[in-house]
Design a protein around this ligand. Structure first.
Ligand code: FMN
Length: 224
């Protein structure tokens, strides 16, 4: 049995998957168990839309067409990063990109290769299943944050089963067409996607680890 510590330690964003399908039962069970995630006031400010097969492929085609005509997406007031991301956050973001492209062997100046890689988000990096996390525009920052609890629980439960996952805010650039595709009501909004499947452990992109700030940088201890 995988301990929580092992799942936390082993989990990493998986960006290459084997094509093996996941049954609806497996995905449903994962979601069912993840619903024990906490949320303030037990509001459970979320909905999940799981896609596979032709439904998933149709989203890939939609996103590719959309990105071709509108590469940056519409400004819907929910940018992935705030404009003018401050230090040290800006450098951390930059660093993870550099580390990722180094693992892929893509040079800094090779912009076409970098864009091509980003486009892989929209085929879920080859994963057989995509999850979309839906919340509400009328919710406050608290409820949006609580959605992260659910997402993290799913990734750890997936890890326990030997499955890989990658959260994907990249889908934010096609929020509008996703809204239409999923027939969401006016107040609903897709926050992010998540690729889910069996990891391709041999793929170079899955063989590096992102860095972390040290405890000394992010925590302070008082009164011990
Ligand atoms: C909410 C959220 C959205 C993310 N969106 C993307 C994404 O669109 N594409 C991607 O390749 N990685 C995405 N990531 C993965 C992060 O880059 C990754 O979690 C971070 O670099 C730490 O690496 P690790 O997950 O391997 O520990 C996302 C992570 C989170 C938490």
């Amino acid at each position: 049995m995988t301990s929580v510590s092992e799942a936390v330690e082993r989990r990493r964003s998986c960006r290459a998957f084997r094509p093996d399908a996941l049954s609806k039962d497996v995905v449903q069970d994962l979601i069912e168990r993840s619903l024990r995630s906490p949320s303030g006031g037990n509001v459970q400010p979320w909905r999940i839309i799981a896609v596979a097969g032709e439904e998933k492929d149709a989203l890939t085609r939609m996103a590719q067409a959309e990105l071709f005509s509108n590469p940056k997406g519409d400004d819907d007031g929910y940018p992935i990063y705030p404009p003018g991301l401050q230090e040290p956050f800006r450098s951390r973001r930059y660093q993870v990109g550099e580390d990722l492209y180094a693992a892929l062997g893509v040079a800094r100046e090779d912009r076409p290769a970098r864009y091509a890689w980003v486009a892989n988000n929209f085929s879920f990096f080859g994963a057989p299943v995509g999850l979309f996390f839906v919340t509400r525009k009328s919710f406050g920052h608290g409820q949006w944050a609580h959605l992260g609890m659910l997402m993290q629980t799913i990734t750890l439960l997936a890890e326990e089963q030997g499955l890989g996952s990658c959260m994907q805010e990249a889908w934010a650039v096609v929020r509008k067409p996703l809204h239409t595709q999923f027939n969401l009501d006016a107040d609903e909004v897709v926050y992010a996607g998540l690729a889910l499947g069996h990891p391709d452990v041999d793929a170079p992109v899955n063989q590096w680890r992102s860095r972390r700030a040290s405890v000394a940088e992010i925590a302070e201890f008082r009164g011990f």
